[in-house]
Write a new protein. Sequence first.
Length: 205
Amino acid sequence: MELVPIVEWVSIVAGIGGLLTGSISLAITLREKRRNVKVALKWGVDPAYQKTSGVVLWIYAVNDGYQPVVIHNAGLHVRGVASSLIAAKPLSRNQFPLKLEPGDQYSTSISAEALIELSQTLNPQGKINVRGYVQSVFGEYQSSRTDIDIKRLKELVELVKDNAKFKENKDSFQSIGSLSMNSFADVEQWLQGIVKGSIAIRNGT
């Protein structure tokens, strides 16, 4: 006769437990969403590099959360290397610490020459695997991993090095901004067109 009330109590307790679990999960999700930085890697040209080719790997960070995030560091994690490859440009310009409000974007770059030099201790003619990151007091935000074909990167740097057409168009970036593309193949094809004189950077997007 007492079985029915016991079953009812078990159901009530189970329901309360499920509600608490769901509430905790929702709270954790909302807390993580408040601070959410998306990081991506792109290839392109950075005119700030005057002593190198200017071909770079861009590291982009966008504050996609609801709260400000202060970043203190940015760079690459390279598979097979214990320490990170820190982007030197923002450090030299005293940009850190940098506060990103919701919706704000930040970018920095690492030169192709730095990546080629790094590869000498890893895989000089093959590929290296990297992941971009930005670091804050709340933790580190990372991009997806990507492979860099060092042989093709060397060939592209040699192609544009000391090329008059490339230098002329690279200098035009000083007034119109930098070039970034989603894949290495895209920027490779584009720069080959510049060297051949069939494309001008100032007409690019």
